[in-house]
Design a protein around this ligand. Structure first.
Ligand code: SF4
Length: 237
């Protein structure tokens, strides 16, 4: 796994390698079972049912780090945050911020492109109940580390969506930037900001899950503030 990730010389290579990963037995079973049984509304569609690679600009200054693909979103369409309510909220906000060319993300061939931004998740396969185990997170980490290494020359800001992504960032500091993570670790919160010396700025943002957006815990205005701040810190117009 570590060797396979390290072998990838560019993002296209990495995307191909990660799409063919079978390292976590529980997640492989789950992603394939969901793809086989399908949700009634998508019965006629063929699910992707595999790990979901990152998406967006190869020269991204801003990275958005999520938890894992959704069972009937990314696991269905093959593109992260695509085809589910979380993606509706996220891409509408990115479009308002001028970072996406359209406000919707429906299917992998819908023409969506991102500017200065790349989106990926800490765990690349859809987990049951959206809850990967710590072991699965650690097994998947080399894919994340390699993806960050490949965009390191341009990357300036990372927006961590939720506490899981925030926690997954600290090993990246060590593995990719050779920097010792701060101790104690800064706590996750919406609007939290951590600044390293040689690493990208880290911003915390509540996850764009329905649990947060339907209840008003995370509003469109709050997302606009986070992406506005990310753009400012990254030097994106
Ligand atoms: S979660 Fe990551 S490491 Fe595990 S099977 Fe999926 S891509 Fe591979």
């Amino acid at each position: 796994m570590v060797a396979r990730a390290a072998r990838a010389t560019d993002l296209a290579d990495l995307d191909a390698e990660v799409s063919d990963c079978f390292a976590c037995p529980r997640l492989v079973r789950w992603r394939e079972e969901v793809a086989r049984t399908r949700r009634a509304a998508f019965r006629e569609q063929e699910y992707w049912g595999r790990p979901v690679p990152g998406f967006g600009a190869v020269d991204a200054r801003i990275a958005i780090l999520g938890l894992a693909p959704a069972a009937h979103g990314g696991n269905r369409t093959g593109r992260i945050f695509t085809g589910d309510r979380s993606g509706d909220v996220l891409f509408a906000a990115l479009h308002r911020a001028g970072l996406a060319n359209q406000p919707t993300s429906i299917a992998a061939d819908d023409g969506l492109t991102l500017r200065d931004t790349r989106i990926f998740s800490a765990v690349r396969c859809a987990p049951p109940d959206n809850k990967p185990t710590p072991e699965e997170r650690d097994t998947c980490a080399p894919w994340l580390h390699r993806e960050v290494a490949l965009i390191r020359p341009t990357l300036r800001v990372v927006v961590a969506l939720g506490a899981f992504a925030w926690t997954a960032w600290w090993p990246v500091l060590h593995q990719v930037y050779g920097q010792r993570p701060p101790s104690p670790r800064p706590r996750f919160g919406h609007g939290a900001h951590w600044s390293g010396t040689a690493a990208p700025e880290l911003l915390g943002c509540y996850h764009v899950s329905q649990q947060n957006t339907f209840t008003g815990r995370l509003t469109p205005e709050m997302l606009d503030d986070v992406f506005g701040r990310a753009k400012q810190l990254a030097g994106v117009d």
